[in-house]
Design a protein around this ligand. Sequence first.
Ligand code: NDP
Ligand code: MG
Length: 389
Amino acid sequence: MKRIAILGSTGSVGTQALEVIGAHPDLFEVEMLSAHSNAALLIEQARKFKPNAVVVTDESKYKEVKDALMMLPIKVFAGQKSLQEVVKWEAIDTVLGAIVGFAGLHSIMAAIDGGKRIALANKETLVVAGELVMQRAAEKNVAIIPVDSEHSAIFQCMVGEDIARVEKMILTASGGPFLGRKPNYLVNVKASHALQHPNWNMGAKISIDSASLMNKGLEIIEAKWLFGLRNEQIEVVIHSQSVIHSMVQFTDGSIKAQMGLPDMKLPIQYALAFPQRIPNAYKRLDFKDFPSLTFEAADYKTFRNLAIAREALQRGGNAPCVLNAANEVVVHAFLQNKVGFLEMSEMIEKTMDMVPLIEHPTMDDYEQSDKEAREYATEFLKKSQLSIY
Ligand code: NDP
Ligand code: MG
């Protein structure tokens, strides 16, 4: 029996994780759930899965959750600090990191400090502070098992293999809803278009990142830290069917791919059950439904975020943290139709030029760089709005 804590249980990954857990009550038990402000869903989940504790990080929601769960033996906590404490509880053995953005970093670090095995969906944690996170995990002898479908694919390809025998890793990208589109089209797209992903149904932030290809940029950085690669060993290929989730090419030229229908429940289940593979009844891939699988180069000119993310990786240090913070700010604004689709890349690039490079940042440096980058990006947003009116 694995005792699981889900950080971000009310999100797209969190709710699918609860489906996986609900289908295997003999294997998994929910110890803790956390949400930010969706009190109603957190309460419903707590009533159903009866965890030991729930944490609502938005403190204004504490009373609502506490009152609703009063008659149940469930401890209720509020705030980020509580989350960082509860995640270390003895009873928990696996922590699923499914909070979105920089907000997920500290609770994952706390879970690593507590010696918990990590199933990691929150890629921003590795983008921001990958070096520190992986170092701490190694010191604490903690396994980090990726949930992101590409990285889960690579992780699965690597079972039984030696990282020294890897020539390169090939991250597949669906290309998102704007595959093949050019700037003259993208200049007018709105959040409602960008949220329509052809293959995956995900939270709002990652859906915009997928449309702008920033998601793939973040995934390049995520892969570097997870697997200890050199930057040039990570390639991206557009594969619009999302059937091959990613590939590893070894030093003898042989390539392994992991395939399946695009369904996040698979990588979630794999990460929670690892090293077991457990049966399920999800729809199977039938190759006859995919008579041709296609591959093409990514359009780095139109989707500049890919190049910008590579640049951040190349600069190293706090640059990916700055990239991430600026991206979070502009994506939030884009979701409210306050900035144009193409402008997002411009503002991220400008922010990256403003925040000074720190080559070997500490956690405090990351905290500071994140803050600075958010301030600059917010300034750029304000200026661009002023210039419209
Ligand atoms: P969602 O937006 O659907 O869910 C985010 C979760 O995080 C919610 O539970 C939300 O709580 C919580 N949350 C939001 N802000 C905060 C905060 N400031 N402090 C604490 N908790 C917070 O996101 P997704 O599930 O789509 O994505 C989660 C992570 O997984 C992201 O990093 C994403 O990149 C990654 N991922 C997602 C995939 C997907 O298919 N969705 C695929 C691969 C990776 P509340 O609901 O109360 O706001
Ligand atoms: Mg992914």
